[in-house]
Design a binder for this molecule. Sequence first.
Ligand SMILES: CC(C)(COP(=O)(O)OP(=O)(O)OC[C@H]1O[C@@H](n2cnc3c(N)ncnc32)[C@H](O)[C@@H]1OP(=O)(O)O)[C@@H](O)C(=O)NCCC(=O)NCCS
Length: 164
Amino acid sequence: MFIRHAREEDQDDVLTVVGAAFHRQDEAVLVAHLRDNDDIVLEFVAEMAESTVGHVVASPMTVAGNATDYLGVAPLSVKPEWQSHGIGTGLMQFLIEAAKDAGYKALFLLGEPEYYKRFGFTRSHLDNEYNATDSFMHLELETGALTGVSGLAQYAPAFRSASV
Ligand SMILES: CC(C)(COP(=O)(O)OP(=O)(O)OC[C@H]1O[C@@H](n2cnc3c(N)ncnc32)[C@H](O)[C@@H]1OP(=O)(O)O)[C@@H](O)C(=O)NCCC(=O)NCCS
């Protein structure tokens, strides 16, 4: 498996991977909206034998309406026939390191706690728009980054126009 930054020419393959992973187009439409809004901060693809098999994207988060140095991770996608081969794990590890290197202080996501706890994500004390409890999680990239931080954590506007 080879993980690298997504390039402009990957766009069609990315939408195919995301649609295939979720068995619907909503998340692919979200990625397209994030791109249109210029809200993609980090984006990686995983390749196997020169074919795109996985994808992850991170976009800016606000807290209480204010810009932050936190990112929202979504969606994370692996083609069904390539799932459970460590590709999702590789993409997440790559993204975490890249976000740290770029100086971001925390990552947020909405997902299955059983999967994301392996990367260190824990239930977030911040509010979210999805009435999510255990599944709204964060990972501090700098110890204490979210200590004392409160309010509504929101993904980029594309999430509110998408039906995910
Ligand atoms: C979730 C997803 C990204 C994981 O990627 P992957 O490459 O299949 O996963 P990995 O190979 O890195 O890890 C496999 C492990 O994760 C577990 N796992 C996969 N999906 C899981 C889920 N939804 N809940 C809990 N555990 C999960 C597998 O059981 C396996 O466990 P093991 O290591 O104990 O054997 C991928 O399955 C996928 O694209 N799913 C559909 C889209 C989706 O739900 N995306 C995440 C929400 S944004």
